[in-house]
Design a protein around this ligand. Sequence first.
Ligand code: DHB
Length: 368
Amino acid sequence: AQDSNKFKIGLILPMTGQQASTGRQIEAAARLYMAQNGDTVAGKKIELIVKDDVATPDVTKRLAQELIVNDKVNVIAGFGVTPAALAAAPLATQSKTPQVVMAAATSSITEASPYIVRSSFTLPQVSVAMGDWAPKNGVKTVVTLVADYGPGNDAEKFFTERFQLNGGKVIEKLRVPLRNPDFAPFLQKVRDAKPDALFVFVPSGAGAAVMKQFLERGMDKAGIRMIATGDVTDDDQLNDMGDGALGVVTSHHYSAAHPSPANKKFVEAFQKANPKMRPNFMAVGGYDGMRVIYEALKATKGQGGGDALLAAMKGQIFESPRGPVYIDAQTRDIVQDVYLRKVEKKDGQLYNVEFDVIKGVKDPGKAK
Ligand code: DHB
């Protein structure tokens, strides 16, 4: 039986390997949430069990199984990449354990189990905004370059559809492998095609490499702009990308420079606890995911099993560091504002500075 005085959260994250920054950001944010909100909720002592899945779905599955069966966790959470979230979904369903997806962002993930709730975002949610902005701002022709898996396919599809609807022309669609990508041959193709802009999606942690090669090849000087989802100008790496990144426009749901009092408090507290880090969109997904879990535990007065907790997660409305959000009770996906941002220098540091907002965006992937 579950230890009745404890409430266990199994946090499965990539702590090592190519996606390690995602794990580092989410763990730091989850620990910050606990430090700020206490580790006793509705009479239960919260225990966070962190496991490293190296973003490898077979490992995710084994860890989820062990956490559910041996550790008897009340919730599984984290999931740095789409294949990891999908690998755990059947176990969440079988054991009726809520699965809080804090990072992975392919639209279809929430349909893989009725026990999944998402606190991150979806690629369709943020890509459509760029498909509207670009053609109104001098970008008539585009080549797309995306990581070749779920979120990249979503970004390509939803950006392209909206961009074409607005009269834009997509000259070529390029897909780069997720593992150890070499961007050079793809960028050469883009140079030859000479579009007004290159639209990019790569997962968190890979943006700096794309930016470096884009600039080294003089793409910007050749008159090709970079436009992207905010995964590319990731706050975890942006400040090290150099002045070549200035002026890059992206669409996303979170910037560390978001000018709300709640975000200023969040960034300050995060950096006080982690002096070498700037919180990125992964950190906010982790922080808000913990909020969803804590409030569900409170609402069920510490008595809830998986189904009761899940019901108390659905429909939560709150002010996130990113802005106002809610968990759609039908889709279990997060509804949030999406911002257009431009890389600018503030106090000697590079930031994604928001200049426009689309309010209350639901995942467009769910309408299909
Ligand atoms: C996913 C991973 C990322 O690092 C990201 O920025 C977006 C999506 C994913 O695998 O779903």
